[in-house]
Design a protein around this ligand. Structure first.
Ligand SMILES: [Zn+2]
Length: 566
């Protein structure tokens, strides 16, 4: 704190409106900042009075006088490869903008994907070099699957690995199957066979994908580069986010990876705060207890912009890949070749002991549970662990929480658990969930924000970038409107208000990251992190929420304008 005789200067940002998310003072016309923290939010006269009574130098910054300030958005489930995958060609269904701003046109049929891959194949000089692409989502195509026989039409000699949009599956060609010696005899789950009894080219979930050897290693390399870390934060800043969570895609047991994160995030130019979660998925050999110790050892070295304290575990797969675990009556209209009821990525009987190791270490466990059968196992594990080791305020969180039922939300409320709901599915896969994966009734009840709200479960909503594009205005739009890609409403009764959606992406996310004392609202004492918007998400027509322009952010009192990439 400053010497009383020489008070530090104050900058007052004026705005068309400041939405504070502070229930005691929901809106303001100005916010005063000293250093990286908020002195107060209120009328311009009130803010000026700080300078008068303390004889502090005051600067009034009017650059946002026509803008709306909200607390900086907090993305509590995304991945650092959101910044890195753009180094690889994109072959997804929807148009997407890369980290460099270049537009990748969506490919609307299997043939268009094959043509694009042929073009890439022709542009490569070395005939043996691996062709790696990402973003594939065959669920939109006639036939619903892309297999080795399709990729063999691109090349019978060059190994090809195409990573799916969900991040849970890949399709490889016969040349790669042969090179990596993946055969029908392999005991690894997630290698479906064709009519001739040979692997059909789909590799479901990480254990199977890892069998692709070099190809998988090369894919995961892009997660670890400084460019990936920087592009990830720039994309977040452009979308109004001031904190992003790399949920379990960094190997924190590797000191070099931790150092790369420090070098990036602690650079004053790095435009976002980052929470980096530990993961049991990153191929380390540590036991849960050893990994928990690594997590505990990292805690004291957190900085204002680099946070630790969470651990990610993954129970099941993806619903659109038919690898999530869902309760009876299971999948509605699954194509042949998919596992009857998804895959367990952790043996269910081990989940309680894994949760226990992290819980007793004081860490917060975030469990990927797309299906309700997975959520049930995790909720029961948390209950079992809490009976043995009562701990108030653990904030263990069901991640994705896509098919979590009212009964499960009631248990979660009783146990003090949180949810982070994957609302973007409404738009990107809503039609497919209704027609193919879970059928009409369960599709309407998916991503049940209104139920979570009614049952008193603290929740956030997320994009899971790179699975869907980074951007909380888009995610709010999905939760508020529940419109599918074909413009149909899916689940009228699970819509939430814009205000509840804004709470989810600010204080709701801050709470589950245990950072709500510092961020998530604009009020005295908190860090000066704002999203700077062209319009008011609480008063525009709800279907226009994602049309609101983003000027950029203020991070710790410093404006970070969005940059249209070169
Ligand atoms: Zn994820």
């Amino acid at each position: 704190m400053s010497d009383h005789n020489t008070p530090a200067p104050i900058t007052i940002f004026t705005a068309k409106k400041v939405i504070t998310m502070n229930p005691a003072r929901p809106t303001a016309e100005a916010v005063a900042v000293r250093g990286d923290r908020i002195v107060g939010a209120g009328s311009l006269d009130e803010m000026k009075s700080w300078g008068e009574v303390q004889s502090a130098e005051v600067t009034i910054d009017e650059q946002f006088k026509d803008k709306v300030l909200t607390p900086g958005f907090i993305e509590a489930h995304s991945h650092v490869m959101a910044g890195g995958l753009w180094m690889l060609p994109y072959v997804g269904f929807f148009d997407r903008k890369g980290a460099d701003g270049a537009l990748w046109k969506g490919l609307k049929s299997l043939d268009e994907v094959i043509d694009k891959l042929r073009e890439l194949d022709a542009s490569m000089e070395d005939p043996n070099e691996l062709l790696l692409a990402w973003g594939l989502d065959p669920i939109y195509f006639e036939g619903d699957r892309m297999l080795a026989k399709h990729l063999d039409q691109v090349s019978e000699t060059r190994p090809i690995f195409v990573y799916h949009a969900s991040g849970h599956l890949a399709t490889v060609n016969t040349a790669l199957l042969n090179k990596a010696e993946i055969t029908a005899d392999d005991p690894t789950p997630g290698i479906p066979l064709d009519a001739d009894g040979k692997p059909d080219g789909e590799l479901q979930e990480p254990a199977a994908m890892r069998l692709a050897g070099d190809a998988f290693d090369k894919l995961t390399e892009v997660f670890r580069t400084p460019d990936s870390m920087w592009n990830y934060a720039k994309e977040a800043r452009n979308a109004g986010a001031t904190l992003i969570t790399d949920l379990g895609t960094s190997q924190l047991a590797d000191p070099e990876q931790v150092q790369r994160w420090r070098d990036a995030a602690d650079d004053p130019e790095y435009p976002c705060r980052v929470m980096v979660a530990l993961s049991t998925m990153m191929g380390g050999l540590q036991s849960p207890a050893d990994l928990a110790q690594i997590g505990v050892d990292l805690l004291p070295s957190a900085s204002e912009k680099l946070k630790f304290g969470m651990v990610k575990i993954v129970l099941d797969g993806s619903i659109q890949g038919f690898t999530a675990r869902i309760t009876w009556p299971h999948y509605y209209n699954a194509p042949p070749g998919h596992p009857g009821n998804g895959l367990w990525l952790l043996p269910p009987e081990q989940v309680a002991s894994i949760v226990e190791a992290f819980h007793v270490a004081g860490l917060t466990v975030h469990a990927h549970c797309n299906g309700d059968e997975a959520a049930e196992v995790f909720i029961s594990a948390v209950e079992e662990v809490l009976e043995k080791h009562p701990r108030f305020d653990h904030r263990h969180t069901v991640q994705h929480s896509q098919l979590t039922t009212k009964a499960q939300y009631q248990r979660m409320a009783a146990l003090g658990m949180c949810a982070n709901i994957f609302s973007n599915h409404m738009f990107y896969w809503g039609d497919q969930h209704r027609d193919l994966t879970v059928g009409p009734e369960r599709a309407e009840g998916m991503d049940a924000c209104a139920t979570a709200l009614r049952e008193g479960v603290s929740f956030s909503i997320h994009c899971d970038a790179p699975v869907t594009p980074m951007g909380h205005l888009r995610t709010m739009w999905c939760a508020v409107n529940r419109l599918t890609a074909t413009g149909k409403t899916l689940g009228e009764h699970e819509k939430i208000s814009a205000e509840a959606a804004l709470h989810a992406v600010t204080l709701g996310a801050a709470w589950q990251l245990k950072l709500d004392h510092d961020i998530g609202s604009i009020e005295a004492g908190k860090l000066a992190d704002f999203a700077v918007l062209d319009d008011d998400p609480l008063t525009v027509d709800p279907v226009a929420i994602d049309d609101i322009g983003v000027w950029g952010t203020v991070l710790g009192g410093v404006p970070f304008p969005a940059e249209s990439p070169a």
